[in-house]
Design a protein around this ligand. Sequence first.
Ligand code: HEM
Length: 375
Amino acid sequence: MSSFDEVEKMLLEPQARSFKLAPSDLDPQHLPDMNLHKGGRLTFLLALSQRGAGGDGMHEAFRSAFEDYLTHSKETKARLKDDVTKGLVEDLKKEFKAKGGLTDEFLADSDGGLLDYLLKYLHYVLFGIDPKDEEKIEVINGLHYDSSSAPYYLNLLGNVLQGIKYKDWTDQMRAVVKIYEESPALKDFKTQSKYNNMTRAELANLALSIMSLAGMVGPKTLANNILGKSGLPAYEGENTGDINVIDKLKELDMTDRDELLKYIHECGRLRNPVSNSHKVAQEDFTIPINGKERTFPAGTIIYIPMQLGSLDKRFWGETAFEFDHERPNLCPFSMIFHSVGEKTNGRICPGKEVAETMLVDALVAIGSELKQDAS
Ligand code: HEM
């Protein structure tokens, strides 16, 4: 169940869901809106089944609210190109020079450099939160970076870390939810039947969980890949681990946004930022394992291995493990955003356009400096 064709099929049909993020188990009691508002209903998109796979329409309704107010609003699309965003890109360029290029200080210090850029860019473009509002940015930075918000949602680990290390997690989360609720994007949110009567508080809590588990983690993971921090995996019998992506980057025209986007997708194909997703089997199914037919019951969790589909030689050819950002039809078949290019079952990452634009902006900003280093 790991060929390109099989992964493609699973990405394009409705999915029933459980409480999982990639291979990790999530804690239902920590998911919105079950945590900060006790007795609330589940709004966490990744754990909601779709219509056609046992879902009751909640996924579709809540996702529409998320898209209409955050990822796909006309205000978000305008902010992606406005002067405030351009200022953040300029700041990144200055930080890159000041911190000596692709150093740990530039890549991993949350008080400036890359991480500061990702946090301010996403919160400005998606929510309209002023990146110069130091008070708010400090609260948001404190939760997402200093207190590492993502593990709060994980089963067992969330409770353990809350008990021993992040005792004020929920206080910090309430403070960030308040900032999100009052942000330009959400302050005028209207409860409507098409959103299944979702309230503004529910949407802000959903947004917090999404920023914690997807919004901050996905871009950081992919940025670390395209900026050479994580390196490519040393797949058995292949030379992928020896590829230096920065050498490839330096060969590109750093003003050509299409070429840079292909570079990002090729890095992501060789090392998927999110290696797999999942679905819950709706009926019993039988598959051959080691030459024997094995039957599994309905309710079995089936992984959807985007990483394996991205490396299948039958689809990508003999060069599947090599770097070639010019390979034909790379972006239309990229699986890194839980889709096949733009083809989707309605579960494509809604942050795709913002994340892609933000990362291309970053490469353009540092590109001329990288080229100078190379010459
Ligand atoms: C490079 C950056 C990103 C990558 C590679 C990425 C990748 C993914 C993947 C693979 C999924 C599917 C996960 C699953 O269903 O198990 C997903 C879902 C999702 N992502 Fe992203 N993501 C990125 C950035 C973002 C950002 C910035 C946002 C913020 C709005 C976001 C919001 C979401 C949401 C809301 C879902 C759930 C969609 C649904 O189930 O309907 N992502 N993303």
